[in-house]
Design a protein around this ligand. Structure first.
Ligand SMILES: Cc1ncc(COP(=O)(O)O)c(C=O)c1O
Length: 402
């Protein structure tokens, strides 16, 4: 028995379901996907049986500048050696807040937390504190974290937990207008994502007219435009992602890659919402940890130096073009969606992702870790050579489908 299977057997006795959450291979992952990894470096992973993979998931987003990036690790370690957690934060919390405020154009202030969950929840609290209203509109099918207000897809969350979170359809102006009218007078905010990146379905880029409409409704209602950039943040733009459409949020939620995998999230807000942010009590035992903040400062510097959004776009496009050519040649039509920096690859008419699963298993056997139904992620640690090597593997994966 290999190491992965031996660990799975042990885990089944002590971890519910053998593994929980988005990293469970029991939750809709193709055959052969390792449940455990032993080592990570740059854009590569090694599983517990020594197999090496070029990684296109980047820890589901947090890795953006390479696993074990020496500069980021050195900055975090230096801070950890000096002070990580104490009775009050280290001074660099101010440096990091200043950095975000200067980099993200809508931001006048910052609060730091740990998970994207924290960030989206705090945005909602600030919006409600400011407006004195209750309803927050969320897009149907969107993911904003596994906390009860957003987790209506799981057991253990009674309907009352999300009664104040009615839904609308992303990119559908008419539907949004009706949804907003239904709660007129009680609308505290509208939550949007960088683009429509719901798992299991084709991705949709944000329609700029829709983005303008969200802004218009929020202005008319005195509600907050809350941009959840936890997943798309820093990959599409180093500013808030909706600035690409000329629309500024009032509040934005950040997490995942902002410290290249060190645990850190951020809530940014504009000046109008400053007093409301001051009026609420939000905190967490680990929210003030200094080492992840040092990692974030270094990550932000690297992403600026590397012009990360454009670099990732170029690399993602190289991958996308290569896959398109292979799919044509092997007569296996694919549907590629989302921005190149966060590509989603599915097969046409692929009921239950049957073909996608076989393709991903083949790619995995050839040393490439892809996902059949979730958006993937590029990093600045991927090089053109890595993409070319990955494409050789995907070519073999296409071939093995017949
Ligand atoms: C758009 C979005 N918002 C919020 C979250 C929640 O972040 P976290 O898992 O760090 O709590 C996620 C996580 O995938 C996300 O993709």
């Amino acid at each position: 028995m290999n190491n992965n299977d031996a660990l799975k057997i042990r885990a089944e006795k002590v971890i519910p379901g053998g593994m929980y959450g988005h990293m469970s291979v029991y939750r809709g992952m193709p055959e052969g996907y390792p449940q455990y990894f032993r080592r990570a470096e740059g854009c590569r992973l090694w599983d517990v049986d020594g197999n090496e993979y070029i990684d296109f998931m980047c820890s589901y987003g947090p890795m953006i500048a390479g696993y074990g990036n020496h500069r980021i690790r050195a900055a975090a370690d230096a801070q950890r050696n000096e002070l990580d957690i104490a009775d009050a934060p280290a001074p660099l919390i101010v440096d990091l807040a200043e950095k975000f405020v200067s980099q993200v154009s809508h931001a006048g202030w910052a609060i730091f937390a740990k998970n994207g969950n924290d960030a989206t929840t705090v945005c909602n609290m600030v919006a409600r504190a400011q407006t004195g209203k209750r309803k927050i509109l969320v897009a149907e099918g969107a993911y904003h974290g596994a906390q009860p207000w957003a987790a209506r897809r799981t057991k253990g969350t009674p309907a009352e937990d999300y009664v104040n979170f009615p839904t609308y359809q992303f990119n559908d102006i008419e539907n949004l207008t009706v949804a907003a009218q239904a709660v007129a007078g009680d609308l505290a905010g509208i939550v949007v994502s960088g683009f429509k990146h719901d798992a299991g379905s084709e991705q949709e880029l944000t329609d700029p007219d829709f983005a303008c409409k969200v802004r218009e409704i929020c202005d008319a209602e005195g509600a907050a435009l809350i941009l959840d950039d936890v997943r798309a943040g820093l990959r599409l733009s180093l500013d808030a992602s909706w600035t690409l459409h000329g629309v500024q949020p009032n509040l934005s939620a950040w997490g995942k890659c902002i410290a290249n995998g060190e645990p850190l999230a951020a809530i940014l807000g504009d000046d109008e919402y400053r007093d409301a942010a001051r009026s609420i009590f939000v905190t967490g035992s680990f929210w003030y940890q200094a080492a992840p903040m040092a990692a974030a400062l270094e990550t932000l510097a690297i992403l600026e130096e590397e012009d990360a959004p454009r670099t990732l776009e170029r690399l993602g496009q190289q991958f996308r073009d290569g896959l398109y050519e292979q799919a044509q040649r092997h007569a296996r039509p694919i549907v590629q969606s989302g921005p190149p920096q966060m590509p989603t690859v599915m097969f046409e008419d692929d009921v239950n992702f049957e073909l996608g699963f076989r393709f991903c298993t083949n790619a995995l056997r050839n040393g490439v870790y892809m996902h059949p139904w979730h958006n993937m992620f590029l990093s600045v640690a991927h090089t053109e050579q890595d993409i070319a090597q990955a494409l050789e593997a995907t070519n073999r994966a296409f071939k093995a489908l017949s």
